[in-house]
Every structure is written in structure tokens, then in C-alpha cells.
Design a protein around this ligand. Structure first.
Ligand SMILES: *[C@@H]1O[C@H](CO)[C@@H](O)[C@H](O)[C@H]1NC(C)=O
Ligand SMILES: *[C@@H]1O[C@H](CO)[C@@H](O)[C@H](O)[C@H]1NC(C)=O
Ligand SMILES: *[C@@H]1O[C@H](CO)[C@@H](O)[C@H](O)[C@H]1NC(C)=O
Ligand SMILES: *[C@@H]1O[C@H](CO)[C@@H](O)[C@H](O)[C@H]1NC(C)=O
Ligand SMILES: *[C@@H]1O[C@H](CO)[C@@H](O)[C@H](O)[C@H]1NC(C)=O
Ligand SMILES: *[C@@H]1O[C@H](CO)[C@@H](O)[C@H](O)[C@H]1NC(C)=O
Ligand SMILES: *[C@@H]1O[C@H](CO)[C@@H](O)[C@H](O)[C@H]1NC(C)=O
Ligand SMILES: *[C@@H]1O[C@H](CO)[C@@H](O)[C@H](O)[C@H]1NC(C)=O
Length: 687
């Protein structure tokens, strides 16, 4: 008999569990579903900024009037002054021209808010236009203050940061009375907080009386290998047997210490599913005490990864706890196997190559006995991570895209389509802009997600205002913009290391599909041909490929990164543009495999594609061994087709929220509110 630790499941117990998954106590107390189109979303959030002064910021949105309300509360005074300054910045630094709000209660008892702009050093000066409006103010018994101010999402003012879907790094500090009301100096705190101000959060309803809510953890303790990048995979098991089906309703990353949080760059957990005619316990149990192995490009792979494809958890640096909307759950137990096995992949980042990083990391899942209306799933889209694309050194603006084409969406989605409720963007250190585009019948629909200020260090799941319906025949394209001048003279190649790049998105959808990936690749053969590479193999320690055979014998022995850097350094501007266009706009190889059926073979082979020297036998799972397949001859039961960038389709134009600039406009059709971040080299070109 399963021991029910919550046998006396008072609603208090249940609430405590839920609270473990949210630090937004106040939100629970004030669940106001009426304010949002989706019942469990709220646009009211709060962040504690400074414990020393009890400074917090609360914000509420009105989508109808496109305005944001800030409530700035300060409980105690500060040695640096009693006025609070908030900076809305791109990168968390108050540079000249940064948007600053100064607010407080003057010694004469009059509250104020002043729209400011950063000048040199710590100085801030009054903005030409005052766009914040004082709504309410209170002097608190503690001597502090609580001030509510309001502004339009887009103040249509060059000196004000628009609130849109791009990331904002909030900074804060304190200032004092000066003789001049138009200029002062701020003591900025040395901290910043990345915030998507317009994103809603999910507030699940309180548990029902007869509902059992429990948690389980998938985690692994290990010494992180002493190299820059490691992808480690291991098998795990649900700590209980569930003969009745349950639904996973949320997950949270788990780190035993800050060391783990610091060195884990991303992690995914997959559900393992045994073939219909085989026993999951026999198939998976032998690996439960296995220490794990390198996930990719590993010739000695032993774990039965090809059965463990379906995502149940996806987290990357900066991500937060995730609670699903009340109409979505991921199935657990019951018909999906009362004994549930998981496959846990971790990307450890160890740039200082330390050998003393002993960490336990993983995820906590929350699951409920109450079955939700829809069984959901997670799907990965974008540019295939095995595909090879390259980008020249010292480039301020370079785009790459990957697709999920109509052939795939027709095969993957049921006739009525699926609804996407949240998305996560993922790329590495050179990424500056990311966008998930949506095409239907020769028209581009509104972007599913757009971030013109992508930050590698902050990759939470982002809830969409309204679920986006994707129909069979639609195309989803992830487009990514990079800047790699920070790497000095090194080129950038696609790859696993945070110094190499990816261009992918994860989508949380309201249907459980037999497909987990829908991605396209620029054909790697073309990249190899461009550099005259005939044979290269993977070097685990360098985390790079070594060239063994090349048309130019001088290149033998170089790493792929070195050769690409050597060749692309000499590219002219025209050659760079041509390379970008070639990778973006010429046909890609598309794939979306059904992981329940033969797609397993394709997945297995794609993992092995670049790992095995020719002629080496593929260690296929036993059920496929009789097929005598090789990656040259097998007929894939999964789809492999050609994907294209629908370049001829006019680009989606976001609503114009501001009048066109009267004069001196950019003349390039870039709309206010969707301008690219300043100072990162160029704009998002129209295409
Ligand atoms: C404030 O204190 C709380 C509770 O001790 C802590 O969790 C939080 O991280 C602190 N926040 C800051 C900004 O120091
Ligand atoms: C913000 O929203 C919350 C929850 O709906 C509400 O309690 C609070 O009064 C609102 N704040 C303001 C300043 O309107
Ligand atoms: C700000 O913090 C960083 C790291 O936390 C530290 O290296 C730096 O010296 C600090 N700067 C100031 C001005 O305190
Ligand atoms: C829980 O109670 C609700 C009504 O209160 C009922 O509709 C539902 O079937 C019950 N669920 C279970 C699992 O007993
Ligand atoms: C399973 O693990 C969770 C925490 O991860 C714990 O609360 C629970 O008691 C465990 N269940 C059993 C049956 O051991
Ligand atoms: C690039 O060059 C600067 C200046 O020489 C140096 O400080 C920096 O560490 C270099 N960056 C990389 C990634 O090599
Ligand atoms: C590629 O190079 C490796 C290492 O030198 C060698 O073992 C392998 O046989 C080569 N493969 C081909 C196809 O030439
Ligand atoms: C690139 O240019 C440099 C200097 O002009 C030259 O030494 C080098 O050989 C060139 N590299 C390639 C791969 O053409």
C-alpha cells in the first residue's frame, strides 16, 4: 500500500504545498480572475527589492487602457535619502539616457513623481515630458510611504522605455532633497532584477476538498566534471506506484545549494515509455542505479534514451516555478505505467573548470488526483541542435531561423489544432533578439512571442495573454538575432556550449502529442563543404570537433571553431550578408518524428549521426535490432521534408501605438515600441 503522507489532507496542508511553488503569497490572497481573459492568469505581481528599507514594487496592468500601475512601498528610511529611484534599463546598468522614475514624499508632506533621465554618473535630470501620473499616496505608520503611479505602456517618448514584450532590467536606488527639482543624484543599489512587466502569471485555484496533491522529486547528486561544458543524463523513478492516473500540475527547479544554481545552465526531464509489448520495469529498472553518462556525442552510450523523449520538465537559468493553468495537466501513472521512469538531462556550465563542484540538482513536481480538462505537453521548435551553422566574428547583427513546416504540423496536430499557452525561448550568450513567428495560408499572424532584449541569464516560461491556436498546415518559425563582438576575434558556431549558439523555443500546449520536436536544419553537408571538411570527430574535453581530413591539408588538426574563425575572419561585408541569407533562406531539412512509433529509430540515429565513425555498428534498442538498419539505408517512418523561410509573405506589423515621428524619423519602418535595444549593434531588419 502506498503510504499517503498527506493522509490527513486538510486544505491547509494542500495550500502549504502549493505555496512551496510560489513566493507570491499575496497573489493567493487576492486571486482576481476577472481581470484576465484566461481565468487563472493574473496581471498583478509584486517584487521585494530591498529588505533593508522594505522596498517593494507591485504592478497591475490594464490591457484595455494599455496602462501600468506601479505601487512603490518603502517601509523604512535609507541613509542615502528618502526618495526612491527606479531605473528601467536594457542591461541592468544605468547608462546615460536610461529611463528613471523618482518618487517620494517631500518634507512639506507633498507626494510627487518625476519622470527623469540618467545623465552622467549618478546624476539624473528631469525628462522633457512628464509621463507618470501620481494616483495615490500614503505615509505609513512606520515612517515609510506607499505611492501609486501610472503610465501608458508606451509613452511615445524617446526618453521613456516602452513596456512591451521585451525584457526590462529594473534597477533601484535612493536620492535626497536637492535645491533643484529638476536634477539630483542617485545612490543606485548594485543589483538589478529582470522582469517581463507585461507577462501574466498563473494562479491556480485552491485545491478541492477531495483532491490529493503530492510532490515528488527527480534529482541527482554528482561532482561536476572539470570541463567547461557537460551534458549529463541519468535515469530516475517515481518514488511511488500510481495505479490510478494523476496529473502533474506544476514543477519547480531544485538545487541543494546556490552552487548548483550557479553551475546548471539548463535541465530537462523526459518521461520514459516502454514499447507496447515490453515491460517498463524490465527495460528501465536496470538503469536506476546507473551513475549516468554524457548525453550527446557519446560513443559508449548505455541508457535507453530513445524511449525517453516526451518532455515533462524544461528549465533554464533564471527560470521560475511553473504552475499550469487549471485546465492542463501532464498524465502520470495509471495507464501510462504505474511505475514511472524519467530521464534527467543537465547542462552543467563550469567555465572555471573547477573539480570541486559537488551539487545536487533536479526538479520537484506537484501532482494532483484531480484530472484536468486537457492533457498537455511540451514541444521543442527552432533550428535543430545537431545542425551546423556558422557566424563570422565581430558581427553586430546576424540572424538564424528554424522551422516547423506545414508538412509537420499537418501530421502532428489534430484537425482542430492545438492551443499554445506558454513558451520559452532558448539561445546562448550571443543571442540578443528572439521571435516565434506564425504563418497560415500565406499570411503572417501575430508573433507568438517576441523579445527584442533577450537575456541568456533569464529564461522563464512566459504565459501568453490568450492561448494561440495552431492549426494543421500552419508554420512556426523561430528567428534569432545574434551579436558576437564580445568574443573578440572568434567566430560563432552552433553547438552545446554557452559560447556556441542555439535558436530554439519550447511550447507548452494543451494536447499531449506523440511528437516532441519539430525542427529544421540548414544542411550540415553544405557547411562542411564551405570549409572543405571531409572528416571531423568530437572531442569531449575541448567540447569541439577536431578536423581529421580536409581539402586543404593545413586545416587538419584544427578545431571546427578555429577553422571557421580563420576562414570567416576574411569575409567581406557582402560575403557575410550572403552567408546569412544562405543559411536563413535556402531550403532546410525538416524533421518531426513520432516518438511512439518508428520515430524512435530516427531519433536514435540523429543522436548517433555525428558520433560514430562509418562502419561502426549502431547499438539500437533490442526491438529494432532485427531491422538491420543503418543510417544510410533506413526508410524513416517519420517525416523528413524540406522547410523554407516564407520570405515572400509580408511581415506581420504590430499595432502602431504611437504617431509616426514628425521629422528625423528613422524612415526604415521600425515602429516605436518595437525598436531594437540601443547599443547592441543595429536593428531588427525588416524581412
Ligand atoms: C528578503 O528577505 C527574504 C526573506 O528573508 C529573502 O527570501 C529575499 O531573498 C530577500 N530579498 C532581497 C532582495 O534581499
Ligand atoms: C492590483 O491588483 C490587485 C489584485 O487585483 C488589487 O488588490 C490591488 O488593489 C490593485 N492595485 C491597484 C493599485 O490598483
Ligand atoms: C557590484 O557587485 C559586483 C558583484 O556582485 C561586484 O563585483 C562589484 O564590485 C560591485 N560594484 C560596486 C560598485 O559595489
Ligand atoms: C471531487 O468533488 C467534486 C465535487 O465536489 C466532484 O465533482 C468530483 O468528482 C470529486 N472528485 C473525486 C476524485 O472524487
Ligand atoms: C516521494 O518524495 C516526496 C518528496 O520528493 C515525499 O514527500 C514523499 O513522501 C515520497 N513518497 C514516498 C511514498 O516515499
Ligand atoms: C576580448 O578582449 C578584451 C580586451 O582585450 C578582453 O578583456 C576580453 O577578455 C576578451 N574576451 C574574450 C571572450 O576573449
Ligand atoms: C575519420 O577520422 C577518424 C580519426 O582519424 C578515423 O578513425 C575515421 O576512420 C575517419 N572516418 C572517415 C570516414 O574517414
Ligand atoms: C585571411 O587573411 C589573412 C591576412 O590577410 C591571411 O594571412 C590569411 O591567410 C587569410 N586566411 C584565409 C583562410 O584565407
Amino acid at each position: 500500500m502506498e503510504r499517503n503522507v498527506f493522509a490527513r489532507t486538510s486544505s491547509q496542508h494542500k495550500l502549504i504545498i502549493l505555496l512551496l511553488f510560489t513566493n507570491k503569497l499575496s497573489v493567493f490572497a487576492q486571486n482576481s480572475p476577472s481581470s484576465s481573459p484566461q481565468s487563472s492568469l493574473t496581471f498583478h505581481q509584486r517584487e521585494i527589492l530591498d529588505n533593508a528599507t522594505g522596498l517593494s514594487l507591485e504592478w497591475n496592468l490594464s490591457l484595455e487602457s494599455k496602462t501600468i500601475l506601479f505601487t512603490i512601498e518603502r517601509l523604512r528610511g535609507s541613509a542615502e535619502g528618502n526618495y526612491v529611484a527606479l531605473g528601467l534599463t536594457k542591461k541592468g546598468r544605468v547608462e546615460q539616457g536610461a529611463d528613471v522614475i523618482l518618487t517620494g514624499i517631500r518634507s512639506n508632506g507633498r507626494p510627487f513623481v518625476t519622470d527623469m533621465v540618467a545623465a552622467n554618473g549618478r546624476a539624473v535630470v528631469q525628462d522633457r515630458n512628464q509621463n507618470w501620473v501620481l494616483v495615490d499616496s500614503q505615509t505609513l505608520a512606520s515612517g515609510g510611504s506607499r505611492i501609486t503611479i501610472q503610465r501608458g505602456f508606451d509613452a511615445c517618448d524617446e526618453q521613456d522605455m516602452p513596456f512591451n514584450t521585451a525584457l526590462i532590467h529594473l534597477v533601484w536606488g535612493y536620492g535626497s532633497t536637492t535645491s533643484s527639482r529638476t536634477q539630483t543624484e542617485i545612490s543606485w543599489r548594485n543589483e538589478s532584477r529582470p522582469i517581463y512587466f507585461l507577462d501574466p502569471i498563473v494562479v491556480p485555484p485552491p485545491p478541492q476538498e477531495n483532491e490529493t496533491i503530492k510532490t515528488f522529486r527527480v534529482s541527482r547528486r554528482m561532482l561536476i566534471p572539470a570541463r567547461h561544458t557537460t551534458y549529463w543524463c541519468s535515469m530516475h523513478k517515481l518514488n511511488t506506484t500510481l495505479s490510478q492516473k494523476h496529473h502533474i500540475v506544476g514543477f519547480a527547479p531544485y538545487f541543494s545549494s546556490d552552487l548548483g544554481r550557479k553551475h546548471v545552465h539548463h535541465q530537462t526531464i523526459h518521461r520514459c515509455i516502454a514499447p507496447v509489448d515490453s515491460d517498463p520495469v524490465k527495460l528501465f529498472e536496470p538503469f536506476i542505479n546507473h551513475p549516468g553518462e554524457e548525453c550527446y556525442i557519446n560513443k559508449r552510450t548505455q541508457l535507453p534514451r530513445s524511449y525517453c523523449v516526451e518532455y515533462v520538465h524544461q528549465w533554464a537559468v533564471g527560470g521560475k516555478n511553473v504552475l499550469f493553468p487549471d485546465n492542463i495537466g501532464f498524465p502520470l501513472g495509471g495507464e501510462y505505467s504505474p511505475v514511472q521512469y524519467f530521464f534527467y538531462e543537465t547542462h552543467y556550465d563550469n567555465p572555471e573548470v573547477r573539480d570541486d563542484l559537488d551539487v545536487e540538482t533536479g526538479a520537484d513536481f506537484i501532482y494532483s488526483s484531480r484530472l484536468k480538462e486537457n492533457e498537455g505537453g511540451i514541444m521543442m521548435v527552432g533550428h535543430g541542435i545537431f545542425g551546423q551553422w556558422v557566424m563570422p566574428p565581430m558581427t553586430t547583427e546576424f540572424d538564424v531561423a528554424g522551422h516547423c513546416n506545414p508538412t509537420c504540423t499537418t501530421r502532428m496536430f489534430p484537425p482542430g489544432g492545438v492551443e499554445m499557452v506558454a513558451a520559452r525561448l532558448h539561445a546562448h550568450l550571443s543571442s540578443r533578439r528572439m521571435r516565434i513567428k506564425h504563418f497560415r495560408n500565406g499570411i503572417e499572424l501575430p508573433w507568438i512571442l517576441n523579445d527584442e532584449n533577450y537575456d541568456f541569464n533569464f529564461q522563464p516560461w512566459r504565459w501568453l495573454y490568450n492561448p494561440v491556436r495552431i492549426l494543421p498546415g500552419d508554420q512556426i518559425t523561430v528567428r534569432c538575432g545574434y551579436e558576437n563582438t564580445w568574443k573578440n576575434s572568434s567566430a560563432t558556431v552552433s553547438g552545446y556550449s554557452t559560447r556556441d549558439e542555439m535558436c530554439v523555443g519550447w511550447l507548452l500546449i494543451n494536447k499531449r502529442l506523440d511528437y516532441a520536436h519539430c525542427m529544421s536544419e540548414y544542411p550540415s553537408e553544405k557547411t562542411l563543404a564551405r570549409f572543405g571538411i571531409q572528416n571531423m570527430t568530437w572531442d569531449l574535453d575541448l567540447h569541439d570537433r577536431i578536423i581529421h581530413s580536409a581539402t586543404n591539408p593545413q586545416n587538419v588538426g584544427l578545431t571546427f571553431n578555429q577553422l571557421v574563425t580563420n576562414v570567416l575572419s576574411n569575409y567581406t561585408i557582402e560575403q557575410r550578408r550572403a552567408l546569412e541569407d544562405e543559411q536563413l533562406y535556402t531550403p532546410h531539412v525538416q524533421s518531426c518524428f513520432n516518438f511512439i512509433s518508428g520515430g524512435r529509430i530516427q531519433y536514435y540515429l540523429s543522436l548517433l549521426k555525428q558520433e560514430l565513425p562509418e562502419g561502426v555498428e549502431l547499438p539500437l534498442p533490442a526491438m529494432f535490432r532485427d531491422l538491420q538498419v543503418s543510417d544510410r539505408t533506413i526508410q524513416m517512418p517519420a517525416i523528413s521534408s524540406v522547410a523554407r523561410y516564407p520570405r515572400e509573405v509580408p511581415e506581420y506589423q504590430p499595432e502602431i501605438s504611437c504617431p509616426a515621428p514628425k521629422s528625423g524619423g528613422t524612415g526604415e519602418g521600425v515602429y516605436r515600441g518595437y525598436k531594437p535595444p540601443v547599443g547592441i549593434g543595429g536593428k531588427w531588419r525588416k524581412y
